[in-house]
Design a protein around this ligand. Structure first.
Ligand code: KG4
Ligand code: ZN
Length: 362
């Protein structure tokens, strides 16, 4: 079957066409139109501008995705769309487009949760992965650990109690004067730092861990973020400058990245100790971080668990992951009707999907 999928929850307008059969999911096209250059002017996503940019982009992105797939509209079996969580105006653009297309083609409309979609990126071109497994989602809006008990069945076992991991990367990057969004630039700077500095040695620069100091599987990134930002301000005062010198920026990026990787590795080790699993999936925009990929791979290796992480192109927001999650909802007959709305919060998304599951079970 062929699935047409749309993602527009934040600042990427993306449309994908997938071919799915049994446990095999292939990408025929996955067009991502990023608004980063627009929002970079403001140092962060401006919701109103984001919704307008989605409106302007979506028709062309959809047309490109169809053209590139080589599939005609009449061959599509379903339309999957991210309906929550995210920026409400942005989500509504994708949801409205999806509803109109599903209605005009008379095919099912599948409502997809954005977080579950990030994890579903791991199923693409990876037939071996089947639930149950553990999943870590690290993105600009979320840092959560889940037991994935079945396709589209998530049980949260840990989460950030405040800021998301990606948010910390972006805020620290912004204060350091790195281009928006800070994550990718920080990744490169940290690589340089690990060549130059030994952050394991006594007296090396350290920051407070994002692993909450209790037996939970929770994180807290706001203390780390504030500590790094305070350190940057102190350095600027000491150096009597408004712009940090390259060495200081490099050292801070390295110490911050090491602290994030160590904190996440610590809670993951605990999660793997408490939960027997064959696979650990890491997904979301921050899963593109080269240092975090190495750190988590080594935790998994130590614990004898297979580590699955999508290719970098499928870590950030894209519609192929929405289509992959949508495929498994399609198999269960979990369809929305044309009254489908978009929701900003995780809770509203969960409630909507669990209602659909209940109706289906009756
Ligand atoms: O999943 P995503 O594309 O959007 C959300 O659903 O939030 O994640 C975006 C986040 C941003 O915070 C961005 O800075 C971060 O992912 N990111 C990275 C890297 N690439 C993107 N963070 C660290 N290292 C990277 N290489
Ligand atoms: Zn995302």
């Amino acid at each position: 079957m062929y699935i047409f999928a749309i993602e527009s929850s934040c600042d990427e307008t993306s449309v994908s066409v997938l071919r799915a059969d049994g446990n095999k999911i292939e990408i025929l096209s996955n067009i991502v139109s990023s608004q980063i250059s627009i929002h970079a002017l403001y140092g962060g996503v401006v919701p109103e501008i984001a919704s307008r940019a989605h409106c302007e982009a979506i028709t062309n992105v959809a047309r490109d995705a169809i053209d590139k797939s080589g599939i005609s509209l009449s061959e599509l079996s379903a339309v999957a769309v991210t309906f929550a969580p995210g920026l409400i105006g942005s989500l509504l653009v994708g949801v409205s487009f999806a509803k109109a297309l599903a209605l005009s083609l008379n095919i099912p409309l599948i409502p997809v949760d954005h977080i579950e979609a990030h994890v579903a990126a791991a199923y693409i071109e990876n037939e071996a992965l089947t639930p149950p497994y553990l999943a870590l989602v690290v993105s600009g809006g979320h840092t959560s650990l889940y037991k994935v008990t079945d396709y589209s069945e998530f049980e949260e076992i840990g989460a950030s109690r405040d800021d998301a991991c990606g948010e910390a990367f972006d805020k620290v990057g912004r204060v350091m004067g790195l281009p928006y969004p800070g994550g990718a630039a920080m990744d490169k700077l940290a690589s340089e730092a690990f060549e130059k500095y030994d952050f394991g040695k006594k007296g090396a620069l350290t920051f407070p861990s994002p692993a909450v100091a209790d037996n939970s599987l929770d994180f807290s990134f706001s203390g780390l973020k504030t500590a790094v930002i305070n350190h940057i301000h102190n350095e600027k005062q000491n150096q009597k400058t408004d712009v940090l010198n390259d060495d200081t920026r490099c050292e801070i990026a390295g110490a911050f990245t090491k602290t994030v990787c160590d904190g996440i590795s610590k809670k993951l080790s605990l999660a793997l100790e408490e939960n027997k699993t064959e696979y650990l999936v890491m997904a979301g925009g921050v899963a593109a971080n080269s240092h975090l990929r190495k750190a988590v791979a080594s935790v998994c290796e130590r614990r004898g668990v297979k580590f699955i992480v999508p290719p970098i192109s499928l870590c950030g927001d894209n519609a192929a992951m929405t289509g992959a999650a949508g495929y498994y909802l399609y198999k269960r007959g979990l369809f929305a009707d044309s009254s489908l709305n978009a929701f900003a919060s995780d809770e509203a998304a969960e409630e909507y999907i669990s209602n659909l599951k209940e109706i289906k079970a009756k």
